[in-house]
Design a protein around this ligand. Structure first.
Ligand code: 15L
Length: 271
């Protein structure tokens, strides 16, 4: 069986899903800037910079799929976002194409659509509405996925991840929470489902308070096993410790759209 490659393997999300993935895939090739401390049997590490296309090509040679969690995972200065998430993401897709890797799972983010109001439910066919430079980079990654699927026949699943955690961290996360086991279910769909060409899905568990229509994922067989409402009391208690955010509390992206907010259109109309 050919290996699966995972970028961003030393990060928090990777740490939660690697043990689960190992039960399905016998060989995981991990990469990041630093080596994870807890390598397990079946996992092999190779340090590669996303900026280094030839090194990425070597890493991906012979892989059956790549899970791209790497890059910068929150808002940051443009230089950082550009290097890690724009150039790095381009290199990842290009290396996959050159090496004939058939499947790419792209960890997109809810921040690609974070300026939609919470009162406005959205599917995956809506225009992107990024709430940060980080969100723009995720929209860029989805666009690359679309190009590489349409032009070169890669099979790409972009997962607009909400928040991956053992339980929802606050009231906003009750609407976007993703349990690690449900993320692994989505990743497996991306790596294995015959109908995946270029799909965008929401990375959320069973959230009764969701703002997203996740029919595309459901059509591919996604059936989340974890319910956010089971953790409502915890999320509300944590929310009570947070200061109000008059702009962010209206918007799907929370503190990302409200950071540096000066005079946008949030107070105007209902969209
Ligand atoms: C993300 O995309 C981030 O990677 C994560 O750190 C959280 O901020 C998450 O979104 C969120 O919106 O909760």
């Amino acid at each position: 069986m050919k290996p699966i490659v995972m970028t961003g393997a030393a990060g928090g999300v990777a740490g939660m899903i690697r043990p689960l993935l190992r039960t399905h895939y016998s060989e995981l090739v991990l990469t990041d800037r630093v080596e994870p401390k807890d390598l397990a049997p079946g996992e092999r590490f190779q340090q590669v910079e996303l900026a280094d296309l030839p090194a990425l090509e070597k890493l991906l040679a012979g892989a059956r799929g790549v899970i791209h969690l790497g890059g910068f995972s929150v808002e940051g200065p443009w230089e950082t976002i550009h290097e890690s998430n724009i150039v790095g993401c381009y290199n990842l897709f290009e290396a996959a194409r050159r090496q004939g890797v058939p499947r790419v799972i792209f960890a997109s983010s809810n921040h690609a659509v974070g300026y939609y109001r919470r009162a406005r439910p959205i599917g995956t066919d809506e225009r992107v509405r990024p709430d940060s430079r980080y969100g723009v980079s995720k929209a860029f990654g989805e666009a690359l996925g679309s190009l590489y699927a349409d032009k070169y026949g890669l099979r790409v699943l972009s997962i607009r991840i909400g928040n991956v955690a053992e339980r929802p961290l606050d009231v906003r996360r009750l609407s976007i929470w993703l349990h690690p086991e449900d993320l692994v279910q989505l990743i497996r769909i991306g790596l294995e489902h015959p109908d995946v060409r270029n799909e965008v899905v929401y990375g959320m568990s069973d959230c009764a308070a969701a703002w997203w229509d996740n029919r595309t994922a459901e059509r591919l067989g996604y059936a989340p096993r974890h319910q956010a409402e089971a953790h409502r009391a915890h999320a509300e208690a944590e929310q009570a410790k947070l200061p109000p955010d008059p702009v962010g509390d209206l918007l799907q992206g929370g503190s990302f759209p409200s950071a540096d907010y000066v005079a946008g259109w949030v107070g105007e109309g209902k969209d």
